[in-house]
Design a protein. Structure first.
Length: 226
């Protein structure tokens, strides 16, 4: 018989309630209302996103990487495992309570990834951080920008104005990257229109579907020239 879920913490975000639940040493859920946002036992594509987004940076002298969305910290763990000790990783997370969870009950899941000395947490909107970097008023340019947000791009995405997946957001990401930089985006499913927008926005774009068998999420990869 499966163990019952235990609610460790909850908070209200707008009109929705987020909960952190646990029923085993490494078996966690983050829920939003009646929806499951994240499951610690199903992180294959998130880990692949972090690894693919940092491909080629393992021998870089001092790479700078931006991770948009902390979640359970599994993408961040994959990013850190792919980077040298000289790396600098900025994590943008909108909800400070999520950061607390990753420093607390979720820390054993990722080996304390959020507390790694290479990591700086920025509590705020990753879209605004990228836009500021693009226009030269924010962070220094990045070698990789990795976006891991709920659902990802989809056919109903606003093609121009979506803050993460629209053409303007893609243009900002391109400007915020160093020459040869990588823009990596997690998606619940494949979205051909988003892939085309990445290509028009200055990237050599591809899409991977990690794993074999079962439902496979999408990892969109864009390489900036240089």
């Amino acid at each position: 018989m499966a163990l019952p879920w235990k609610t460790l913490d909850r908070f209200t975000d707008g009109n929705e309630t987020l909960e952190l639940r646990q029923r085993g040493a490494k078996d966690f859920l983050i829920t939003l209302g009646s929806q499951v946002l994240m499951n610690s036992m199903a992180q294959r594509s998130e880990m692949a996103l972090g690894t693919m987004g940092c491909k080629g940076l393992e021998h870089h002298g001092a790479p700078r990487v931006l991770v948009g969305g902390l979640g359970m910290g599994c993408t961040l763990r994959a990013v850190l495992d792919a980077l040298p000790e000289t790396a600098e990783v900025v994590v943008a997370e909108l909800n400070p309570r999520i950061v607390e969870w990753c420093r607390g009950p979720l820390a054993p899941l990722t080996g304390g990834a959020v507390s790694d000395p290479r990591v700086t947490v920025s509590v705020g909107d990753v879209a605004a951080l990228i836009a500021g970097t693009a226009c030269g008023t924010g962070e220094k340019p990045f070698d990789a920008i990795i976006i891991d947000l709920y659902r990802g791009p989809h056919p109903k995405t606003d093609k121009t104005n979506d803050p993460f997946y629209g053409s303007r957001a893609i243009a900002n990401a391109c400007k915020a990257l160093k020459p040869g930089g990588t823009f990596a985006v997690w998606g619940e499913t494949f979205d051909e229109a988003f892939l085309k927008r990445m290509t028009r926005g200055g990237f050599k774009a591809t899409c991977e579907r990690p794993g074999k068998g079962g439902y496979r999420h999408a990892v969109f990869l864009g390489k900036k020239a240089g």
